[in-house]
Write a protein that binds this ligand. Structure first.
Ligand code: ITT
Length: 205
């Protein structure tokens, strides 16, 4: 049964991505939960067989809640590029290959945009999506979605963040997520927007 989480209750953050974990830890901290990561608990990384962010978020959260016996929060996210029909989308992590080479993944995105002659900002529109799934050990699941829209620049700019952050400029700003501080990214990001919905629905204030 979905329910409010209690202050001090243990919550598993079901991710093996350190960039995401850092961001989610900071978002959870003010709510007084005790957080364990999938890595801390030695949980296996489930295969992401879904074709939507929602399906993958659910399968990661349910796997972690079932194995740990604790409520689990999973994030499935990615970058959707309008001119590429929404790619890389749910395959955003896979475009970086097993070495998780995001310089190469960003180069692939840019090569595809160049092949289409997409040089103007309007042709380079993209958005990040994050779907958070909260699963309880009884199998019940809640979903929360957040998006941030903007455009892509190349070459990548800035040392902050992770993944595709250095090529993404959110609407109304000049800096990429890679150039922004973590605090500034948190006021705008897809993950923070999804988290705000989750917090309002399920976390103690
Ligand atoms: P887990 O499944 O263990 O959480 P993962 O990295 O495999 O980790 P996803 O399958 O959700 O996660 O892949 C999402 C990819 O999209 C991620 O690896 C990043 O490259 C990219 N991405 C998601 N959120 C991002 C953000 O805030 N900034 C930059 N890139 C992001």
């Amino acid at each position: 049964m979905t329910r409010l989480l209690q202050r001090g209750e243990r919550l598993v953050v079901a991710t093996h991505n350190m960039g995401k974990l850092r961001e989610i830890d900071v978002l959870v901290a003010p709510h007084g939960m005790s957080v364990a990561s999938a890595g801390d608990l030695g949980l296996p990384e489930p295969e992401e067989t879904g074709v939507t962010f929602e399906e993958n978020a659910v399968l990661k959260a349910v796997a972690a809640a079932t194995v740990s016996g604790l409520p689990a929060l999973a994030d499935d996210s990615g970058l959707a590029v309008d001119a590429l029909g929404g790619a890389p989308g749910v395959y955003s992590a896979r475009w970086a290959g097993p070495e998780k080479d995001f310089a190469a993944a960003m180069r692939s995105v840019e090569e595809k945009l160049q092949a289409l002659g997409a040089t103007a900002v309007e042709q380079r529109r993209a958005y990040f999506v994050a779907v958070l799934a909260l699963a309880f050990p009884d199998g019940s699941v809640d979903l929360f979605r957040g998006e941030v829209h903007g455009h892509l620049v190349y070459p990548p700019r800035g040392p902050n963040g992770f993944g595709y952050d250095p090529m993404f400029v959110p609407e109304g700003h000049d800096e990429t997520f890679g150039e922004m501080t973590a605090e500034r990214k948190r006021t705008l990001s897809h993950r923070a927007r999804a988290f705000a919905k989750f917090a309002a629905a399920r976390l103690p204030t």
